[in-house]
Design a protein around this ligand. Structure first.
Ligand code: HEC
Length: 319
């Protein structure tokens, strides 16, 4: 406090105008902008002014907006920056740590997160995909709510070829060891601003701060966003090429043969477009499954999806 008073006095004496309302942060480029927007949406209030701003100098924090939104976070920032108007990488990381602690949390247990039953016990409501991916060498079993996926596919054409999930959608990925035991579950929950919150639950279903599957533990959400909001493209398309079994597991998203429909892969181009910050190719895989079903076995919603895609994409009927 003393320091602030002193600064105010110095400013008065030197005749300077108001101190800068802007603190520079060490993020840049399109990826930096996306990550900044992700963090910006982690604390929300009624204030209309965004606390992250972008101007000709790059990305920064608007102090007045942060103070209005969270006085506690603003005073943490003041402590960390120590009068400077620019955060170095380690200072930004310290700030993020406090931001994460102060923002909305996932419930303490998986059971509370899924009050109507864990995904693996309510299989009919979920589209399930088993993959080997970039996150871990363990097998991942991913559960995407069918209703959310169907909503995304039904609205795909109206949204100009964007596959988007409704706010509140929860995707869960179980990490399984070779004997089939679940070692942990990672989750993503769709926020209303288009980003997803990241969470991790340990083998006893308790919410924890970071994953611990081999080879690398990742802390949520700071390390999750590195891949999830990054520009690096994983290679699900490789998964559709028969005969790539020689490649090391864990480096690629490995999908089963039944999902290799090149026409649908090309049409949705899901992994490259990432219209909703989702990395897996669930729309591609589910649409393939729907079109592979004999029409009489499709649900009403699946029939609608099939006819929309067959009519609008000039795709041949596969069944
Ligand atoms: C090394 C890059 C990487 C990191 C780090 C990473 N992920 Fe992922 N994640 C992926 C890829 C690639 C996919 C899609 C394929 C898969 O599931 O393996 C994915 C998929 C997911 C999914 C399924 C939904 C989707 O977007 O496809 C969830 C849930 C998930 N990750 C949670 C997390 C959480 C929580 C963290 C941090 C603790 C994290 N991830 C860190 C690469 C990463």
């Amino acid at each position: 406090m003393k320091r602030l008073q002193l600064q105010a006095l110095l400013l008065l004496l030197t005749g300077c105008s108001t101190p800068s309302d802007r603190v520079h942060i060490p993020l840049e480029g399109s990826q930096g902008r996306t990550i900044a927007r992700f963090y910006s949406g982690m604390i929300q209030g009624n204030e209309s002014e965004e606390w992250i701003l972008e101007d000709s100098a790059g990305l920064g924090i608007r102090l007045s907006a942060l103070r209005a939104l969270s006085p506690r976070l603003a005073s943490t920032l003041d402590e960390i920056r120590d009068g400077e108007d620019r955060l170095e990488r380690d200072q930004w990381n310290r700030f993020l740590k406090v931001l994460v602690e102060q923002s909305a949390h996932y419930p303490a247990t998986l059971a509370e997160l899924f009050p109507s039953g864990l995904p693996h016990t309510t299989k009919d409501s979920y589209f399930r995909l088993r993959v080997y991916g970039a996150m871990t060498t363990l097998q991942r079993e991913i559960y995407v709510p069918k209703q959310a996926l169907e909503d995304g596919l039904l609205n795909y054409w109206d949204r100009g070829g964007m596959l988007q999930y409704p706010a509140g959608t929860l995707i869960a990925a179980y990490h399984k060891n070779s004997s089939g035991a679940t070692l942990e579950v990672t989750v993503k929950k769709r926020r209303s601003d288009g980003f997803w919150d990241f969470g991790v639950y340990d083998s006893s279903g308790r919410n924890v701060r970071h994953s611990s599957s081999p080879p690398t533990p990742f802390s949520a959400p700071v390390q999750c966003v590195g891949c999830h909001l990054g520009n690096m493209l994983y290679e699900p398309e490789e998964s559709f090429i028969i005969g790539r079994e020689g490649k090391t597991e864990g480096e690629y998203l490995v999908l089963g043969d039944r999902l290799r429909n090149p026409k649908i892969v090309e049409l949705l181009d899901e992994h490259a477009r990432r219209s909703d910050h989702v990395l897996g190719v669930y729309g591609t895989a589910y649409l393939t499954e729907i079109l592979d079903l004999p029409p009489s076995r499709r649900t009403e919603t699946q029939k609608k999806i099939a006819s929309l895609f067959l009519a609008l994409s000039r795709m041949p009927q596969t069944n």
